[in-house]
Design a protein. Structure first.
Length: 445
């Protein structure tokens, strides 16, 4: 149901404020102002899905865009070039921290407002949905005194949330932490944060060179975007610093390949890389209305192949007055690779891509994104359809390699016995987190 505003009586200032506050209270991550031929459409993104919110007449469109540009610090006289801005204010009792982007289109200027929410970052890595095995790997890698840890995934998959959660855990009085970001997304007391400014030459690379002279223990780089930044980050990690950063890649293997494509020397990468955390976000089932159903033959076969255990029932979305469409919130699907000496030697020796894939996903103890997703489906946190929407099975070569490697090493009976000896539901994550609830629901199922 679209919201209807009285554009004749209510000032544009109040309408813009109302839209931003209401979207924030609904849990939206973005607000889109799309110019069309006959009107401007407003859409909001909730749990990763864009839904129609309101329509703005063309007579009001320009005033509304101008108001947003004013409060976000943009140049209102410039309508031919893209612009970026920010809004940080308390409106109608709601604290808002927003990033604003303006893009000229054939129908007018399109505005997108990103609503920043740091509540998950403040709760700690225990609350981010890691399984017990993945959580232990993450704790182990952040306790290493030097090396580089990368959080990877597409835009909007919670990379910054994970990185900030790790920083919160590492933030101690005896530690000097310096970050270089574009933009600074969250102010953390006790951490020195640098905002890049390419217009005056303050890039990631130039800031990193100066940071290395500031006696840091831990360095966080907002994003590795080019070969120069990648090379400096890797060299910083082998000179006694722990480096955290993000990369836009899909999984652990792609991350290693991307860094090599950025011309990072193999011998440096093999000694510097400590761990890779890859993640995607899936919509969570609404706990009030989700309903159980028997698995189909196809689903049973996939569960058996991927998890090595039979799953007879799964949950599906129903829809109620609380959620509307059967989903409420999102949960992370994670793949955590702790770099072993075998993988280090393989990177250094320049082995073929196929052999490296088999080593990463076949020999090492890695829970792939598909495995982690199906475990959360079995526990009732998300649906089978959500996982398959995020992870293409036909392209999931990593899963095929892992299964083939296990079948070659062990017969089916041995594999089933191993799974029975150490079932997923017996994992007991840290209390009070999503992982704890995950384990409990698996046991009940």
């Amino acid at each position: 149901m679209l919201r209807v505003f009285d554009y004749e009586r209510i000032p544009v200032v109040e309408i813009v404020n109302d839209i931003m506050v209401d979207a924030s209270k609904r849990g939206a991550s973005d607000i889109h102002f799309d110019p069309l031929e006959k009107f401007m459409k407003i859409r909001i993104r909730i749990d990763g899905i864009l839904i129609d919110y309101a329509e703005v007449p063309n007579g009001i469109k320009k005033n509304l865009v101008t108001r947003i540009k004013i409060i976000s610090g943009m140049n209102i006289t410039e309508s031919r070039l893209p612009q970026d801005g920010a809004i940080k204010a308390t409106i109608n009792g709601t604290d808002l921290d927003l990033r604003v982007s303006c893009l000229p289109t054939s129908q007018g200027e399109k505005i997108v407002i990103r609503i920043l929410d740091y509540t998950m970052s403040l709760t700690g890595i225990e609350q981010l949905g890691f399984s017990q095995k993945n959580f232990e790997k993450v704790v182990k890698m952040i306790n290493v005194p030097n090396g580089i840890i990368l959080v990877t995934g597409a835009t909007g998959t919670g990379k910054s949330t994970t990185v900030y959660s790790i920083l919160q855990r590492l933030n101690k009085e005896d530690t000097n932490i310096i970050t270089v970001e574009d933009p600074i997304e969250m102010d953390i007391e006790g951490i020195n944060q640098v905002q890049t400014n390419s217009e005056i030459g303050l890039t990631f690379a130039t800031a990193l060179r100066s940071i290395l002279r500031q006696d840091p223990n831990i360095i966080m780089i907002g994003e590795i975007r080019d070969s120069e930044t990648a090379k400096i980050a890797v060299r910083a990690s082998i000179t006694g610093h722990l480096v955290l950063s993000t990369v836009h890649t899909n999984n652990s293997l792609n991350t290693i390949e991307r860094l090599l494509d950025m011309e990072v020397e193999r011998y440096l990468l093999s000694s510097a890389l400590t761990g890779i955390i890859s993640q995607k976000l899936a919509r969570m089932l609404c706990p009030k209305c989700k309903k159980e159903r028997p698995t189909s033959d196809y689903e049973k076969d996939l569960f058996n192949k991927v998890l090595g255990k039979p799953i007879d029932k799964v949950w599906e979305a129903e829809g109620c007055e609380v959620c509307g469409n059967g989903y409420h919130g999102r949960i992370a699907l994670q793949e955590v690779l702790l770099i072993s000496q075998e993988i280090r030697d393989a990177i250094s020796n320049n082995i073929r891509k196929e052999e490296l894939r088999e080593l990463v996903y076949g020999s090492s103890d890695v829970t792939t994104l598909l495995q982690d997703g199906l475990e959360k489906v079995a526990a009732g946190y998300t649906t089978f359809e959500e996982v398959l929407k995020l992870i293409e099975l036909d392209d999931d070569e990593t899963m095929e390699v892992k299964v083939e490697a296990k079948e070659a090493a062990n017969k089916t009976e041995v594999l089933q016995t191993a799974n029975l000896q150490k079932p997923v539901q017996e994992e007991k994550p840290r209390p009070a987190g999503i992982a704890d609830m995950l384990a409990q629901q698996s046991t009940n199922a």
